[in-house]
Each structure stands twice: as structure tokens, then as C-alpha cells.
Write a protein that binds this ligand. Structure first.
Ligand SMILES: [Zn+2]
Length: 289
């Protein structure tokens, strides 16, 4: 264990700190005299990590704020406001998003890109997302309030940036925004494949299923207040979708596992993923042969 201030290794146990969540082990750095408790990702929170991660998991599964408040009251014996739950969702969503960006997925050779509508205060907005067909990993997504070339270019650039290796094909439907955007972002590659009856041809395809799930969640959330809160929700849900949720069609593993990001998460996967950021994980990256 290292000192959190001077990073040296001469750290000894130094009693306990009484916190709201219970007694927590304290450490002392013999070199610089710094006293600290271990940062497990929940250090600055007043509530127990099991309660926090139960709330995150239930939110990702589509429970309303009122239902999560009730669950925590009944099963974790804590009274929490709806606002606190939204705060957790936002903060951990942000943290896990930047953590997930340090990991490199090993993806297949064909991606699917699609969009769906969602409402922000009675106005329609667009959620663009791109999935690797092989691992079901969500490679990139984009939120916009209009649908035009410029937004398609931003979206394609995100795909380019997020994929460690470009696929040989990216499938889309026949929207007019795509061809010029593809020419701009991938000028020298014939990567774009359009399917005229794409939705019919790939009935019940994974990206469609994801959109249906998001629409169900969105019903419970009764719409979003603004673009920012919807982006926060999509960031949070993307982490859940890639790293936490086990997919039946993948044989009960997560898309991250299918993409050879092996984090060896424990039983409580949200908690394990949050704790895994300290120290930075030692990643085992195997490659599909
Ligand atoms: Zn120190």
C-alpha cells in the first residue's frame, strides 16, 4: 500500500476512523506523517457502498426513483432522497465513463450504427449509437437535437476515435445523412454498407433491442429535463450495458468480457468496477485469434 500524498511505501495501520458507514481502518505514512483512509471509490460518500451500488443497479434496470428510495429504505435501512440517487448516478456515471475510456476492447470486423428518437421537454432529440456486432460492445454514441450531416460527422468521428482498429464494414440504414458524412470521415475507405430494408432484414437485431430497452427506461424516467441530463443518463447506461449487464446471447457474459477486457469483477459488479479504479487495473488483454 502506498501513501496517498507522497506515494512512498512506508505506510502503517493507525487505528480507525468512526464514519457514518461504520469503523474504517486508518493508515499513517511514516515518511510524511499523512493520515488517511483507503480510497475505495466510496471514500467521500456518507452511505454504505452496498446501498449505493444497489441503487445504481436498480436504476440501470429501469426502476423509478421512488421505487429505489423504497427499496433502500426496506432492505438497506437508509432514508435517501431522490436527488441523492440522481447525484450518485451522475457522479459514478462520469467516473466510470472516464475509467472505461482507459480500457481497450478487442472488437469484431462489422459494426452497426443506428439512431433513435427521444424526448426532452416535448422536443425530439436523437441518440446515435454504434455497436460491434460480434461482441455487442457499444463502441460510440452521440446525442444531438437536430439530425443533419454535421451531427453524423461528429458521430462517425467518435466511432473512429473509440475503435482501436477500424472494422471493414459499418452498416447503417438508408438515411441521407450518412453517405456524405462517411466520405468526409473515411475518405479513402469503402467502409459504409447501407441496407435498404435494414430494419426488416435484421429484425430483432441487437441494436434494435438496446433501443427498445432504452425506451422502456425512458418511460420510467418520464422524459428528460434537458440535453445534459439525457447525456448523463446515456453515459451511465452505456457503462452498465458494456461492463455490468450479462447478455443471454453472449452466453451470460458482458460485452466487455466478450471484447477481452478481463476485469475479474466480483459478485456485486457495480461495486467491483468502482473499486477497480484504485489502483489502476492491471489489464490482461488477450486477442481473438
Ligand atoms: Zn507520505
Amino acid at each position: 500500500m502506498k501513501c496517498e500524498r507522497c506515494k512512498c511505501g512506508s505506510v502503517v495501520k493507525h487505528g480507525f476512523v468512526r464514519r457514518r458507514v461504520g469503523l474504517t481502518r486508518r493508515y499513517l505514512c511514516k515518511k510524511c506523517g499523512y493520515k488517511f483512509i483507503k480510497n475505495d471509490g466510496f471514500k467521500q460518500y456518507r452511505h454504505d457502498s452496498n446501498a449505493i451500488t444497489a441503487a445504481l443497479d436498480l436504476r440501470a434496470k429501469g426502476l423509478s426513483l421512488a421505487d429505489v428510495v423504497d427499496h433502500l429504505d426496506q432492505h438497506h435501512k437508509v432514508k435517501i432522497s431522490r436527488k441523492t440517487i440522481l447525484d450518485w448516478q451522475r457522479k459514478f456515471g462520469e467516473k466510470l465513463k472516464s475509467f472505461s475510456q482507459t480500457l481497450t476492447p478487442f472488437l469484431g470486423d462489422v459494426f452497426h450504427a443506428d439512431e433513435m428518437f427521444f424526448k426532452v421537454r416535448k422536443l425530439w432529440n436523437y441518440y446515435w449509437d454504434c455497436m460491434d456486432y460480434w461482441t455487442k460492445f457499444l463502441v460510440a454514441d452521440h446525442v444531438s437535437n437536430i439530425r443533419e450531416d454535421k451531427e453524423a460527422v461528429l458521430f462517425l468521428n467518435k466511432i473512429k476515435k473509440e475503435s482501436p482498429r477500424l472494422p471493414s464494414e459499418i452498416h447503417t440504414d438508408c438515411s441521407y445523412d450518412y453517405p456524405p458524412a462517411f466520405k468526409k470521415v473515411f475518405p479513402r475507405r469503402r467502409i459504409h454498407v447501407q441496407f435498404p430494408a435494414w430494419k426488416k432484414k435484421f429484425k430483432n437485431n441487437p441494436i434494435e433491442r438496446l433501443h427498445n430497452t432504452i425506451k422502456q427506461r425512458y418511460k420510467t424516467f418520464r422524459g428528460f429535463d434537458n440535453i445534459k441530463s439525457s447525456t448523463e443518463f446515456f453515459d451511465f447506461y452505456k457503462v452498465y450495458y458494456n461492463f455490468i449487464r450479462k447478455h443471454t446471447s453472449l452466453g451470460f457474459i458482458t460485452p466487455a468480457q466478450a471484447a477481452k477486457i478481463e476485469l475479474n469483477l466480483g459478485r456485486n459488479r457495480f461495486k467491483s468496477l468502482i473499486e477497480r479504479q484504485w489502483p489502476k487495473p492491471n489489464l490482461i488483454r488477450l486477442f481473438l485469434s
